[in-house]
Design a protein around this ligand. Sequence first.
Ligand code: AMP
Length: 391
Amino acid sequence: MKIGIVGGGQLGQMLAQAGQKLGHSFKFLVPPGECCVEGLGEVIRNDFLDQNALSQFARDVDVFTFEWENVPQATLEALSHFAPMRPAPSCAQVAKDRIQEKKFFQAAGFSVQKFAPVSCHGDLAPALQHVGMPAMLKTRGQGYDGKGQRRITEKSQAADAYKELGSVACILEAFVPFDFEISVIAVRAKQNASPTSNSVPGVTTLFYPPCRNQHINGVLHQTTVPAEGVSPTVLQQAQSAIQNMLETMDYEGVLCVEFFVLNTPDGQQLIANEMAPRVHNSGHWSIEGAATSQFTNHIQAITRQELGSTNLQAKSVMINLVGAISSALVARKNLNEHAWQGAPSDSVLEPIENVNVHIYGKSPRAGRKLGHITAVGENAQRLAELAFNGH
Ligand code: AMP
């Protein structure tokens, strides 16, 4: 099939690499500027609201998906008139607004932290009163990788924080003193239906093992799988709430929910923080660490083919390369960092057993995800650090 991907970052790159192995071809709609999908299919580079570009992108495409939910809703809606968009545009809509997302979580049965909308400066005081201190002020939309958020520890900081965020629509959330963070990645697929029709099919939902995530400055640094310290009962409750959400949305594809985990005297508590209606950074380990990667299963789901097993193959540790390729990796290849630009995503290093290096080919910039390392096996943590730090 020809698959149209809205977006052309590393998620689009790894989706296309997985999909090509399944015999599919790809077309991409990307904004002007650098992208990671050159050479993986036809690239339409234009404004996402340009009608001619949308028609050109839609030509010959059998099914669409998106690798980034913060694209204009009108783009996803317009494309879905040409061919099915999976997951449906309405699934992206939920994740575009943090208030809507929290209400959706509550309806599905998740606990969420206290929150209040902040639509203008005058809302700050009552919101702080309701939520308490410390708190996180976040933009309702367009936030990612810790961008668009400020921690507030004193009332006097609120006005400046709101101004720094552009005085746009915000949410004030209680700061959660979590013990650790996890993500749960699910994939839901409808099979036994024509890939391009909407006739009633059978449905399968599978879960990847929970991922334990460590963030630095709001950006994912490391994921370890399986996540240690998660109560099986609590995990099961989270999975059944995710299942509810997937059914409500009639979801097709991979979805990730991020949680804060609190160990309290009354037991473990999960607080749903955020969802991503797409493949997720905390699932990159699955390329080497799972029987079937999140990328392969997303493609299988959106083309309505049978899902592969999500079983863990071996303990996995993924470390992101953020802002710069770590000097240990550069040294091993004896390369100037800029030589990595345009590199294929697969390892360009001489292999270390059980360590895989993925370089996305982006030019380095502070805070930018340039690649990742995945180590698998019992020594995964040590191997990942060895590759990352050189010791
Ligand atoms: P987010 O963009 O909401 O995923 O936030 C990025 C990261 O910032 C999270 O993974 C947490 O490490 C931290 N963070 C965000 N919101 C909160 C909160 N309400 N309480 C504590 N930490 C938070």
